[in-house]
Design a protein around this ligand. Structure first.
Ligand SMILES: [Zn+2]
Length: 74
């Protein structure tokens, strides 16, 4: 799932339709080039739980505001 420019970003958590305020940038070294960044969008309620999920697996690289998602990520 990648954000579409011009449309409102919605949280990636299952069943959540809240507006996303943060973007979790992650990479699974078994699947992705080291420079690749996958993006999960998160609302304020879910940035912690989604971040923990990725962090526990060692996938989380950084968390940024949705306005600062790097070009090419997704
Ligand atoms: Zn949410």
């Amino acid at each position: 799932m990648s954000p579409t420019p011009g449309s409102e970003a919605v949280c990636s958590a299952k069943g959540c339709r809240a507006r996303a305020t943060s973007a979790l940038l992650w990479n699974n070294p078994r699947l992705h080039e080291d420079s690749r960044r996958k993006v999960w969008l998160a609302c304020e309620d879910h940035v912690g739980s989604l971040g923990d999920f990725l962090g526990l697996r060692g996938f989380l690289r950084s968390t940024v505001p949705v306005e600062q998602i790097p070009e090419g990520a997704g």
